[in-house]
Design a protein around this ligand. Structure first.
Ligand code: HSE
Length: 422
């Protein structure tokens, strides 16, 4: 029998314990051995939980138990779980974690400490979608040219509801939290950080690149409002938070930001808590992965797949997918503003003569060609909303134009900018 300890018995931890029980025969047959959760660790023993495993509030009860073979880390945070995972590895226990923030900062350190001790992290990216396995194993013959996807279920759930039901941002965020989709600090979701953590993990497997969240462009969905949604609907777009990794020569561009994307693109059709990731390999072409990106059972499905792999084989593939460092092309991380795109801009301006001309002149002076320009009146007759879509231009041009526009005295609020994905 293989004995498991779960540190962090929240929504996902409880699902792991319950599925290991409810699907026990099937899992035993697949793994070749019986797998049993013998202990769980929680912060607050007084809180009622939907599990029937012995609970303690001391992680050492699992870390120092010689009978426990595999430690499941589902705590959240970065430095505390880092210490816990290291302690498990030093005690020669295998580890399974769903913690993308931990891996975004410490994946290479953990790989170095673990050496041949298995660490599974399938659940860290895109919940129930086996994207780690797809990249590490299924696509391992390919040079990865692009990864592009919806990797945060909370944001996708919120944007879908805002788009389809006109629901208010704050109300829908609360709903996503109540459904157990959001991180304990939902800023990680709506600020784009959670998707960025996931992107960095995938980029390591694809490119062997060691970037940290601070190194890449991260923008969230906080500034998206119903005016943007109305513009998107009018011109045939969906609004999605995308995480993008793109190889161009020896440059790797990594970024997370909202986009307007034409409704007929497959990614535009991925709604609700579902995630969807497109991976382009040089030999296979485009492959697409779709499934639930958050939620207890979906994430537990991925956690248990790691447990089964460890029990079966002790883990057949190296943690981050490379047996030896891969740097034959001297891959480097592209600068944050090394982007070309079409752009959508929204701004509140004084509703008076010459305002449109001033804004249009600044765009022209920055080499930006306008595709669509709309003016909407507001309840306050002295203020109008300008909405504008541009032709393709360099990010540096659009940032310079925005900086100049924001200095105009006719501007009432900061300019909101969303990239338009081709
Ligand atoms: N908060 C995350 C999301 C959970 O909404 O996608 C899954 O990683």
């Amino acid at each position: 029998m293989v004995k498991i300890g779960i540190i962090g018995v929240g929504t996902v931890g409880a699902s792991v314990a319950n599925i290991l029980e409810s699907n026990a025969d099937l899992i035993t047959a697949r793994a070749g051995k019986e797998i049993k959760v013998v202990k769980g660790v929680v912060n607050n023993l007084a809180k009622k939980r939907d599990v029937s495993i012995p609970l303690s509030d001391n992680a050492d009860d699992i870390l120092n138990d010689p009978e426990i073979d595999i430690v499941i880390e589902l705590m959240g945070g970065v430095e505390e779980p880092y210490a816990v995972v290291k302690a498990a590895l030093y005690n020669k226990k295998s580890v399974v974690t769903a913690n993308k923030a931990l891996l975004a900062y410490h994946r290479y350190d953990l790989q170095a400490i673990a050496k041949d001790i298995p660490i599974g992290y399938e659940a860290s990216v895109a919940g129930g979608i086996p994207i780690i396995n797809a990249l590490k194993v299924g696509l391992s013959a390919n040079e990865i040219l692009e990864i592009k996807g919806i990797m945060n279920g909370t944001c996708n759930y919120m944007l879908t509801k805002m788009m389809n039901e006109g629901v208010d941002y704050a109300e829908i965020l609360q709903e996503a939290q109540d459904l157990g989709y959001a991180e304990s600090d939902p800023t990680f979701d709506v600020g784009g950080f959670d998707a960025a953590h996931k992107l960095l993990i995938l980029a390591s497997i694809a490119y062997g690149i060691d970037a940290k969240p601070e190194d890449i462009l991260i923008e969230g969905i906080e500034s998206i409002n119903q005016e943007d949604i109305a513009f998107a609907k009018e011109f045939g777009y969906a609004i999605k938070l995308l995480a993008i990794a793109k190889k161009s020569g020896s440059n790797i561009s990594l970024r997370v930001h909202p986009v307007l994307i034409k409704n007929d693109k497959m990614i535009a059709k991925i709604d609700g808590v579902m995630n969807g990731i497109s991976v382009v390999g040089d030999k296979v072409g485009e492959t697409l992965y779709y499934g639930p990106g958050a939620g207890g059972d979906a994430t537990a499905s991925a956690v248990i797949s790691d447990i089964i792999e460890i029990v079966r084989a002790g883990q057949s593939s190296p943690m981050l997918g490379f047996k030896k460092p891969f740097n034959s092309e001297n891959l480097t991380l592209a600068a944050k503003d090394d982007i070309e795109s079409e752009y959508y801009l929204r701004m509140s301006v004084a509703d008076e003569p010459g305002v449109l001309a001033k804004v249009a002149t600044i765009l022209g002076e920055n080499n930006i060609s306008i595709d669509t320009f709309l003016q909407r009146s507001t309840a306050d007759c002295s203020v109008a909303t300008l909405l504008c879509a541009t032709h393709r231009t360099k990010e540096k041009n659009i940032l310079s134009a925005i900086a100049t526009i924001e200095k105009l005295d006719i501007i009432k609020t900061n300019v909101t900018m969303v990239r338009i994905e081709g």
